[in-house]
Design a binder for this molecule. Structure first.
Ligand code: NAD
Length: 298
């Protein structure tokens, strides 16, 4: 049978990811609630489906790239969902970042129908989605991972197997904890420099090659210094991830004191109406505390 990929969710991430699959030579069938995004993919040769069930009926590999657990559950298990259209032997590769428990619940329902599933969230943001250099962290059966490795690799620089179903999303939560804490640390340090009279741009240039240097620093410091908070990765999505991290940690008996602190900073930004900005806008939390902007001195 010819391999046809269904793609559900053509947002900031899903749109460039699906474009890279077309570039790699795969045939696609797509759907999204946003008609403009669907039309953009259709112009590149993708077939349009009316809903998730229709996508699943027309494809044997179904990829979802949706905001959170409830969206994935409804698109997969709900009315007109993937489960109603998918054939036995097809696979759902859920690349959204959702709660690991939700991945396991969806897996159990699909397994009853003979449908495979991988949870395969990504890191790297919009720039790496566009370049096709995302990092993919994957949970599920190892043989299923091996079978669909090439499809995931067409969107990624690295695709790493991390364990049974749900392990991909546990890994992604670990990733999101590290990213959130790094952005908070960077903001705190830049505020220290600014208030102490040292240009944060020069601080960034001086330290980026040292131990404090990081991919997060290189991606987010320029955004803060340019006062560019256009997402990227929105605060509301990061709140979703930290909420899933805290829930998961309470369930397994891990403690995340720093994550709770940064969660409260993000909640304060949300209260101030900043939750649609990029997560680099965590800097604004510190700016409100001091009444001072973090920016280049000239
Ligand atoms: P987004 O809000 O830009 O895109 C989500 C898309 O899903 C939208 O186009 C929306 O219309 C569509 N959608 C929602 N419900 C639907 C349904 N029932 N049927 C069809 N389409 C539906 O979000 P995004 O930034 O692309 O993020 C998607 C996922 O990837 C999230 O889980 C996010 O945490 C994760 N992620 C995002 C980034 C990033 O930098 N933006 C990076 C890594 C991971």
């Amino acid at each position: 049978m010819m391999m046809k990929i269904g793609f559900i969710g053509l947002g900031i991430m899903g749109k460039p990811m699906s474009k890279n699959l077309i570039k790699a030579g795969y045939s696609l069938v797509v759907t999204d609630l946003n008609k403009a995004a669907v039309d953009e993919l259709a112009a590149l040769g993708a077939e349009i489906a009316s809903n998730a069930k229709d996508v699943a009926a027309k494809a044997n590999i179904i990829i979802t790239m949706l905001p959170n657990s409830p969206h994935v559950k409804s698109a997969v298990l709900g009315e007109n969902g993937v489960i109603e259209g998918a054939k036995k032997g097809s696979v759902l590769i859920d690349m959204s970042s959702i709660a690991p428990l939700a991945s396991r619940e969806i897996y159990t329902e699909l397994e009853k129908q003979g449908i495979d599933m991988l949870d395969a969230p990504v890191s790297g943001g919009e720039p790496k989605a566009i370049d096709g250099t995302l990092s993919v962290m994957v949970g599920g059966k190892k043989d299923v991972f091996d079978k669909y490795y090439d499809v995931m690799k067409a969107m990624a620089g690295s695709v790493v197997y991390t364990g049974e179903i749900g392990a991909g999303n546990v890994t992604k939560l670990a990733n999101q904890v590290i990213v959130a804490l790094n952005i908070a640390a960077m903001s705190e340090a830049f505020m220290l420099a600014t208030k102490a009279g040292v240009d944060p741009e020069l601080v960034y240039q001086a330290i980026r090659g040292g131990l404090a240097g990081s991919t997060v620093l290189d991606a987010k410091a320029p955004m803060v210094l340019n006062r560019n908070f256009k997402p990227g990765f929105r605060i509301d999505l990061h709140i979703k991830d930290l909420s899933n991290a805290l829930d998961t940690s309470h369930g397994v008996g891990a403690n995340l004191p720093l994550t709770s602190a940064v969660m409260e900073m993000m909640q304060a930004l949300k209260s101030a109406g900043d939750d649609k900005l990029d997560h680099s806008a965590l800097a604004r939390y510190y700016e409100r505390l001091t009444g001072t902007e973090i920016k280049r001195f000239n």
